[in-house]
Design a protein around this ligand. Structure first.
Ligand code: PLP
Length: 375
């Protein structure tokens, strides 16, 4: 069966060079990084070289990078620890965050009685930065948690601007950069972000590994106890092959960024053109000129009873797309992100998220459109 993978915001295919590197580590570099003998020292060295390589890409110091098992863990770690260790009593976030942030904030609100405020979402699906500034005016001991690229609609937050606003108001700034890591450049010397998170499987690296950036000088307590790994913050024997695979994937992503961005942007524009040509009445969620280059979310002008069948039909044809975030794609409930800015009528209609990678081609898009026309 033909296979067309257009769900790269959910996860990405491993880069072949990453597989080679990881296979080598799995077979040859099996020492426990905490062992003092040559095999242990070799594994330790691989971990620290990986940390340095990531830090170099982000222009931060290696000690500011903490490896975690995924983006969800990194988000949980930062938000939960900020409340506990930095004595935060207010969180400002938005209703379009990933559930790894939203659910964590909701539980902390119940457990610790902290104040939570949600920044307004504009009709374009973007965060209202003027409202954020208003909310910060009266803020005390505050953590602002706003994602960089929205995983469902691809709206982009101006993190440089938000970081500066947070700094002016003495608030900590955490940004979920799971969707942007490896796809845009970061300069953490220039941009005063306090915390960011990433997940390797979103940039052609392995699943089960991510990292948190914690700015030097911010002291958080351990999340896992029982060892000195990750500066004592996260005990447990390190997953060396995943750590190496993550660093390799990020290095490749940044080395091919310009070409990949161009290729994917062309594909996105081609998809918009073809959808407009062949599916009259199609509507795009978010302003496509401003949404991120690898995500396209659109409403199909079909009746609501067709909603459930669309993904199924596309799946039968070997086309992998999604209705929203991966964790929601099996659900028939409207997406929590789209619910924030779509009318009830539009929410009833089927929305699809197509997310591209450099592996996609125009033929993939033609095949998608051909099959959408048959729905
Ligand atoms: N944050 C965002 C924006 C995401 O898109 C995802 C994954 O879809 C996550 C967090 C969770 O990352 P992970 O799958 O590594 O737990």
């Amino acid at each position: 069966m033909k296979k067309v993978y257009l769900d790269n915001a959910a996860t990405t295919a491993l880069h072949p060079e990453v597989v080679t590197e990881m296979t080598r580590v799995l077979t040859e570099d099996y020492g426990n990084p905490s062992s003092t003998h040559f095999l242990g020292r070799n594994s330790r060295n691989l971990i620290e070289l990986s940390r340095k390589s990531i830090a170099k890409s982000l222009n931060c110091s290696a000690q500011e990078i903490i490896f975690t098992s995924c983006g969800t863990e990194a988000n949980n770690f930062i938000i939960q620890s900020s409340i506990r260790d930095l004595k935060i009593n207010k969180i400002i976030t938005s209703k379009i965050e990933h559930h790894a942030v939203l659910h964590t904030v909701q539980i902390l609100q119940e457990q610790y009685g902290i104040e939570v405020e949600y920044v307004n979402i504009l009709p374009s699906g973007e965060v209202d930065i003027i409202h954020l500034t208003d909310l910060l005016a009266t803020a005390d001991k505050t953590l602002v948690s706003l994602m960089h690229i929205n995983n469902e609609i691809g709206t982009v937050l101006n993190i440089e601007r938000v970081a500066k606003i947070c700094k002016q108001h003495h608030a900590y700034f955490h940004t979920d950069t799971v969707q942007s890591m490896g796809k845009v450049t970061f300069d953490l010397q220039e941009t005063p972000i306090d915390f960011l998170v990433a997940s390797a499987h979103k940039f052609h690296g392995p699943k089960g590994i991510g990292f948190a950036f914690i700015r030097k000088g911010i002291v958080l307590n351990p999340i896992l106890l029982g060892g000195e790994q990750e500066k004592g913050l996260r005990a447990g024997t390190e997953c060396v092959h995943n750590i190496v695979g993550q660093a390799k994937a990020l290095e490749i992503a940044y080395s091919s960024l310009i070409d990949d961005e161009k290729h994917i942007t062309d594909l996105k524009n081609y998809t918009i053109l073809e959808l407009n040509k062949h599916i009259p009445g199609v509507k795009f969620n978010g302003n496509t000129e401003h949404t991120f280059y690898n995500v396209l979310n659109f409403i199909l002008p079909f009746s609501s009873d067709k909603t459930a069948m669309i993904l199924f039909n596309l799946d039968m044809k070997g086309i992998a797309v999604s209705r929203g975030s991966a964790c929601q794609s099996g659900s028939t409930k409207p997406s929590h992100v789209l619910s924030e800015f779509l009318s009830d009528e539009d929410l009833e209609k089927p929305s699809l998220r197509v997310s591209f990678s450099h592996y996609n081609t125009k033929e993939d898009i033609d095949y998608l459109i051909e099959n959408l026309k048959l729905v």
